[in-house]
Design a protein around this ligand. Structure first.
Ligand SMILES: C[S@@+](CC[C@H](N)C(=O)[O-])C[C@H]1O[C@@H](n2cnc3c(N)ncnc32)[C@H](O)[C@@H]1O
Length: 225
């Protein structure tokens, strides 16, 4: 795992620090809280509230990393009996050994955790059923090389912050990701900046400022018009 190492965040959950990028995988104010609030709450649950009859939903995550966003989402859809197709794009997948040391089993059903660990390497090769309600694929690619046939209902945009990895927040990347959403689809990310709002508006999205996770006042939610 080179010099990447775990640190404990303010809510007691762990995240990874990536020294080459100079950035944590999650908020140091609380990895678990951030993931639950930004992606599951303001992303999937918001989308489902607006589409209450949907029993099938697809999610694209940009930056799969440790899989925390997937785990909380898969746990939720399994309890709600909603069928989920989840594709995480990840340019630098972590080893199964690192994934197994996150401690994220504390936040989900034990069977899901076991199944996730058994599925992780298979999902890196293709679609894999992690639970009766959740299918996972992890595309080992850079986001600009990811060109799937399908379109997604929700995008979890979880790139490293623009200050550390500006090439993930360019109009080229945002346009590429925007094209992978259905009309009415929802894009969420933990951050909000003037540039990001302008770019998403120009790409044909309606923009909302949602309350941020602990440590951030606001975050962006954008809906494709
Ligand atoms: C903030 S972390 C993601 C955290 C992750 N969602 C989690 O729950 O652990 C950003 C991720 O983006 C990945 N990444 C960096 N450049 C990328 C690229 N060009 N395409 C796809 N993923 C990339 C990194 O390897 C890292 O895993």
């Amino acid at each position: 795992m080179d010099n990447t190492h775990f640190v404990v965040t303010a809510d007691g959950s762990r995240t990874l620090f990536q020294p080459e990028v100079g950035e944590h995988y999650h908020s140091k104010h609380g990895a678990h809280q951030e993931s639950r609030h930004v992606f599951l709450g303001q992303g999937l649950q918001h989308y489902l509230a607006g589409n209450p009859s949907d029993t099938e939903v697809s999610i694209l995550e940009v930056g799969f990393g440790t899989g925390l966003n997937f785990l909380l989402t898969a746990d939720y859809v399994t309890a709600e009996k909603i069928n989920l197709y989840y594709c995480g794009v990840e340019a630098f997948p972590l080893s199964k050994e690192v994934i197994s040391q996150t401690g994220y089993e504390a936040y989900i059903e034990p069977e899901l955790w076991e199944s996730f660990l058994n599925s992780y390497e298979k999902a890196l090769v293709g679609d894999h059923e992690v639970s009766a309600h959740a299918t996972l694929a992890i595309a080992h690619q850079k986001i600009l090389d990811f060109a799937p046939q399908r379109r997604f209902h929700v995008v979890y945009f979880d790139a490293f912050a623009a200050i550390h990895q500006p090439d993930m927040w360019t109009d080229e990347v945002l346009n590429h990701v925007a094209n992978l959403l259905v009309t009415g689809g929802v894009f969420v990310t933990y951050a909000i900046t003037g540039n990001l709002k302008r770019s998403m508006k120009a790409l044909g999205f309606s923009i909302e400022k949602a309350p941020g996770a602990p440590g951030k006042r606001e975050m962006l939610r954008a809906t494709k018009l």
